[in-house]
Design a protein around this ligand. Structure first.
Ligand SMILES: NC(=O)c1ccc[n+]([C@@H]2O[C@H](COP(=O)([O-])OP(=O)(O)OC[C@H]3O[C@@H](n4cnc5c(N)ncnc54)[C@H](O)[C@@H]3O)[C@@H](O)[C@H]2O)c1
Length: 253
């Protein structure tokens, strides 16, 4: 599929203008060489700046000017018709796989919010669609790019404080009830619960810094049957490397 090109900028279309969609939109305005060209959401009010959604991540960027972007009533229409190079998937997690595959097959590169998918077969389908289409797929596992984590990686790699023997990561938060569209975070079938939504950040960071471990021992416990709030303890063991302990979860309050 060919699209008419107006500039030599990389043109972005965001699917899902909730908390993360608006966060990404404000950041594109600060990056040279990219242009936010289209947005989509099933809720028309979400397409207007006065309804921009605030989230629990500090955002020093100012509200983006979206007066000239194309607007679409859902992700499917955006993928089919927007004049963009890259689709940025900021949809609820259970929609990542289907719309990523659709966008790649439509010839777009994809940046997809974490978690990549809620099952291994879905993740495999996304990778296969990227390979078959020759289009890039990147998952927005952001923690590994944060300065504090980059610093940690550097001192570990350079052994600035000696050999790393033990690493403890701790990520506990209140449950995100009422945050998302249709309260999807609180539905384990749509969010994967705190295991997929929160723990995944540290799992990704540890894998990016130390590689895949030899062994993992992990246990998790839901606060009540069917709840998306789990408290998870994971121990990663490396043959000649450190012991890693990751503790994560949402509390019920
Ligand atoms: N990287 C991070 O640190 C971080 C932080 C928060 C959320 N996230 C991830 O970002 C994703 C989005 O989370 P959020 O907090 O923005 O959720 P949200 O519910 O605030 O936003 C999702 C938006 O998608 C829209 N939507 C639903 N179905 C649609 C469709 N078919 N087409 C177009 N729009 C549709 C909803 O109306 C809503 O506005 C999730 O996967 C979440 O896990 C990542």
């Amino acid at each position: 599929m060919k699209f008419w090109r107006r500039t030599n900028m990389l043109r972005i279309g965001i699917a899902g203008m909730g908390g993360m969609g608006w966060f990404h939109a404000s950041r594109y305005a600060q990056i040279q060489g990219v242009e936010l060209a289209a947005i989509a959401d099933v809720r028309p009010d979400r397409l207007e700046a006065k309804h921009a959604v605030q989230i629990n991540i500090e955002n020093k960027a100012s509200q983006p000017d979206l007066s000239s972007v194309q607007r679409f009533a859902d992700a499917e229409q955006l993928i089919a018709a927007a004049d963009v190079d890259i689709i940025d998937i900021c949809l609820p997690s259970y929609l990542h796989a289907p719309y990523t595959v659709q966008a790649l097959r439509a010839g777009r590169h994809v940046l997809c919010e974490k978690p990549m998918a809620l099952s291994l077969p879905d993740a495999d389908r996304m990778i296969a669609a990227s390979k078959e289409s020759g289009r890039k797929l990147m998952i927005a596992q952001c923690i590994r790019f944060w300065p504090e984590y980059q610093f940690l990686k550097k001192v570990v790699r350079e052994e600035s404080f000696g050999n790393l023997l033990s690493l403890n990561l701790y990520r506990i938060g209140g449950r995100p009830a009422g945050w998302g569209w249709e309260d999807w975070f609180m539905d384990p079938a749509r969010s994967g619960g705190s295991l997929y939504d929160l723990h995944i950040h540290d799992v990704d960071f540890v894998n990016s810094m130390l590689g895949a471990p030899e062994q993992i021992h992990a246990s998790g416990r839901r606060s009540s049957p069917g709840s998306s709030c789990e408290i998870i303890h994971s121990i990663y063991q490396y043959a000649n490397g450190p012991q890693v302990s990751i503790h994560a979860g949402w509390s019920e309050v």
